[in-house]
Design a protein around this ligand. Structure first.
Ligand code: C2O
Length: 579
């Protein structure tokens, strides 16, 4: 018995030593995707999830590790998993964007995603990237420094806690996707969730016990790893009686920024320290509340969820199950977009830091992308509010029907994709961004970029009327977010406001409501990289473009061949997966 304990102790010590010395490890997971009935809001709902869990399993690793995720598809849907924010250097094949980088894994088939996580630390996430399945197929991906928590550029937290904000959909996600693709985008989730729980604001089974509980000890600090995995809303997050110090966004360190409210759009992640310094006899609500644009945008019911922060010192915390003694945070108004604008504008990167690069100076490609929704009236009316065609520069993106873009590109036969079209670098005419216009076309829009080009994109949201903010997500590389502003972008005066010193570095840039944002990135990663709004209604509808990044001159700037077992499109009927 004693010797057994010694052996175990030695083994643990060896494992710790290995971790401490920063040897890269292989982190392996098996993801069984299946449909299960989960009970929320007093209903059993059939949902597609990984390993029976909502949200799915958290992947934890150290920077520099390799990952292998064995996906076993026992669901009736075609499945892909996208590793949102992972840079996938020379590994575009593992990016998991359906019909961009691969065909979906068909029902009863398996596929193993293999990738390395290099040069990134913080919180990212993974999600299905086919149809609208990511609503329930998602989870956090946590990257710690290779040499351990002592090399965080902030005081080592006592504990780390993932907070995955999601949405609970009772409607069938295939049906949702079909509606979105037809331009009908007014379906709503039944509830927001925190770590899978709608919480006690919903009157069915809405007791304090149903909340997500964050247990804390007075005086200790907690690193909250926050993901917005929701389909349709940006959320404000607050905890009554507490403040946050934001230390990273999209797995890039930022200068510590102290705030009592976090704004997080779909696709974004935030790492924030929470110090448990409130009165330990109290209990405190953590609330996430969706914001929405004011009228004339169509108004939807409030989407909100809450959980509880509870001190271990709190007397009798087990007994009381009433909400009366819990402190409630004062939330921003649901039409408040300023709080989000300032939150995003206040983030700066933690320059200098070994993982952060300087902003590239010479721009080779200037792109101006007008983000808008045109009308797609089914009967040819000149305007109808129920059928919107989201678009960039008047082109509404459509996935290729039979061959994924990356495969076509790799084999040099992009021209075989009949719907292919080069996206113009600017909107066809510099319209006033105020009127609903029909998309000029629906096409598989691509933009070719040479290797090692510095690309600058000005994203312009509409400035008036019925519109939304747009969280634009780029696969495969991060972007320097140089500036944001309200109204119409004006190079004459706005270039002077660019932050070229310490701009935040993100994989998702929130283009503000009625405003614009400017990003820069360098094409160092050959392949086909999707750029799209992370609101599901916008991305399914077509606010997207695929960047086709050419190979560079050397072997280490050339995309290797695909893994041999990449799912084949043979006999694959895309209608099954998407409709
Ligand atoms: Cu998180 Cu293309 O998406």
């Amino acid at each position: 018995m004693a010797s057994m304990a010694v052996v175990v102790a030695l083994f643990v010590a060896a494992a710790l030593a290995a971790a401490g010395h920063g040897d890269a490890a292989l982190v392996e997971h098996t993801f069984v995707v299946s449909q299960v009935k989960l009970n929320r809001l007093c209903n059993d709902t059939l949902v597609t999830v990984v390993n029976g869990q909502f949200p799915g399993p958290t992947i934890e690793l150290n920077e520099g590790d390799s990952v292998a995720v064995h996906v076993i598809n026992k669901s009736p849907h075609g499945i892909t998993i996208h590793w949102h924010g992972v840079k996938m250097q020379l590994n575009c094949w593992a990016d998991g964007a359906a019909m961009i980088t691969q065909c979906p894994i068909q029902p009863n088939k398996n596929f193993t995603y293999r990738f390395d996580v290099v040069g990134q630390e913080g919180t990212l996430w993974w999600h299905a990237h086919v149809g609208s399945l990511r609503a329930s197929v998602h989870g956090a991906l946590i990257i710690r420094p290779r040499s351990g928590a002592s090399s965080y550029p902030f005081d080592k937290p006592d504990k780390e806690i993932p907070i995955v904000i999601g949405e609970w959909w009772e409607m069938d996600l295939g049906h949702l996707e079909k509606n979105l693709r037809n331009g009908y985008m007014f379906d709503l989730p039944r509830a927001a969730t925190i770590n899978g729980k709608p919480g006690d604001l919903y009157n069915c089974s809405g007791t304090v016990k149903d909340n997500n509980v964050v247990n804390v000890e007075h005086g200790k600090s907690y690193l909250l790893r926050i993901v917005n995995a929701g389909l349709e809303s940006e959320y404000y997050l607050k905890i009554a009686g507490h403040k946050f110090t934001v230390v990273a966004a999209d797995a890039n360190y930022v200068k510590p920024y102290t705030t009592d409210v976090i704004a997080i759009a779909p696709g974004e992640t935030i790492d924030a320290l929470l110090v448990a310094d409130a009165h330990p006899a109290g209990r405190y609500y953590m609330v996430v509340k969706a914001n929405q644009p004011p009228k004339p945008a169509i108004q939807f019911p409030l989407i909100i969820s809450r959980g509880v922060v509870q001190y271990s010192e709190c007397p009798g915390k087990e007994e009381h199950d009433t909400t009366s003694s819990i402190m409630v945070p004062e939330m921003p108004d649901r039409h408040d977009s300023d709080t989000s604008f300032y939150f995003h504008g206040n983030l700066t990167s933690l320059q200098p830091h070994p993982l952060l690069r300087p902003v590239p100076a010479n721009v080779h490609e200037h792109l101006f992308y007008a983000l808008d929704s045109g009308n797609l009236c089914p009967h040819g009316e000149s305007s109808c509010i129920n059928h919107l065609g989201p678009m960039i520069n008047n082109v509404s993106f459509r996935l290729p029907a039979t061959t994924p873009l990356l495969q076509a590109h790799y084999h040099g036969n992009m021209s075989s994709i009949s719907t292919l079209r080069e996206l113009p670098d600017r909107a066809p005419r510099m319209f006033n961004f105020t009127k609903m216009r029909k998309p000029t076309s629906r096409a598989t829009s691509v933009r070719r970029l040479r290797y090692n080009a510095t690309v600058e994109i000005v994203f312009q949201s509409p400035v008036l009327a019925d519109t939304y903010a747009n969280p634009m997500h780029l696969h495969g590389q991060d972007m320097f977010v140089l500036a944001q502003g309200l109204g119409r972008y004006d190079a004459e005066k706005d270039v002077a406001t660019y932050n070229l010193v310490d701009p935040p570095v993100r994989n998702t840039v929130l283009v503000p409501l009625f405003g614009w944002a400017v990003v820069r990135f360098v094409t160092k990663n050959p392949g086909v990289w999707f750029l799209h709004c992370h609101f599901e209604n916008h991305s399914s509808g077509g606010m997207a473009v695929a960047f086709v990044v050419e190979n560079g001159p050397t072997l280490d700037s050339t995309l290797p061949p695909p893994p041999e077992d990449l799912p084949s499109c043979y006999n694959y009927n895309s209608r099954v997966a998407y409709e």
